[in-house]
Design a protein around this ligand. Structure first.
Ligand code: IPE
Ligand code: IPE
Ligand code: MG
Length: 231
């Protein structure tokens, strides 16, 4: 079976998972964390080289402040608990997004973990935090303007300024919870990505569910504009 080199996931449905059980939304987020660990481990075992997880989007600041603080605290706690194990497992962790609005404690941890794991090779784990696809594109444009040495750019030059550089584009995109939208996740990078949507809620998305997504991926014919016969 062909294992996608890069998988990108919108981990959605924590709130609805909790609501179905008459639990507060927080309980869904806490349960979602378990799946993050399971999926990261499984991807590493399968030989996936890049995994990008949408953890917190720029639009998510609009949630009730108690939920935002819960999510930030959960993140801080989990980073503290997990980074060493990930480092020992040769995982290179990178955070993509805007760091300027993050609490200092989180920012310090993020910088520390990136630096500690920067030479790891087994799996490249990108955690999208205060990220959006449109932000990614605009920050790239601003970097190019600030540099001031291009009067014209190409797609290849532009990509070098994206937050995901130098990672290859995702091969497989997964969104859980039945929503069929991108919600401002990667925009430029998914131009030829295979899109998989499942009604499973994120806290129910286990390794078997990932295997199923990968099996589906294997049924796709990636033509990149060509005809079947040309492949
Ligand atoms: C995804 O689950 C987690 C984050 C956005 C951090 P949601 O919290 O969006 O869950 P639903 O969509 O309300 O069920
Ligand atoms: C997208 O999910 C963001 C993350 C999973 C981090 P949302 O639940 O915020 O997206 P919308 O609002 O339903 O589009
Ligand atoms: Mg949601």
């Amino acid at each position: 079976m062909d294992i996608p080199r890069h998988i990108a996931i919108i981990m959605d449905g924590n709130g609805r998972w909790a609501k179905k059980r008459l639990l507060p939304r927080f309980a869904g987020h806490a349960r979602g964390v378990k799946r993050v660990k399971e999926i990261v481990e499984h991807c590493s075992g399968l030989g996936v080289k890049y995994l990008t997880l949408f953890a917190f989007g720029r639009e998510n600041w609009k949630r009730p402040s108690e939920e935002v603080s819960f999510l930030m605290n959960l993140l801080l706690e989990q980073l503290g608990k997990e980074f060493l194990r990930l480092h020992e497992n040769d995982v290179k962790i990178r955070f993509i997004g805007d760091r300027s609005r993050l609490e200092e404690l989180i920012c310090d941890k993020v910088n520390f973990i990136e630096n500690l794991t920067k030479d790891n090779k087994k799996l490249n784990l990108n955690i999208a935090l205060d990220y959006s696809g449109s932000y990614d594109i605009i920050q790239a444009v601003n970097l190019i303007l600030a540099k001031g040495n291009h009067t014209q750019i190409t797609e290849q030059i532009f990509e070098k300024y994206l937050l995901t550089y130098p990672d290859p584009a995702p091969d497989l995109f997964i969104r859980t919870s039945g929503e069929m939208r991108i919600s401002n996740f990667m925009l430029w990078q998914i131009s030829y990505t295979e899109m998989y949507f499942t009604s499973k809620l994120w806290p129910d998305f286990n390794k078997k569910a990932l295997d199923e997504a990968i099996r589906w991926f294997n049924t796709r014919e990636r033509r990149y504009g060509m005809t079947s016969e040309q492949l």
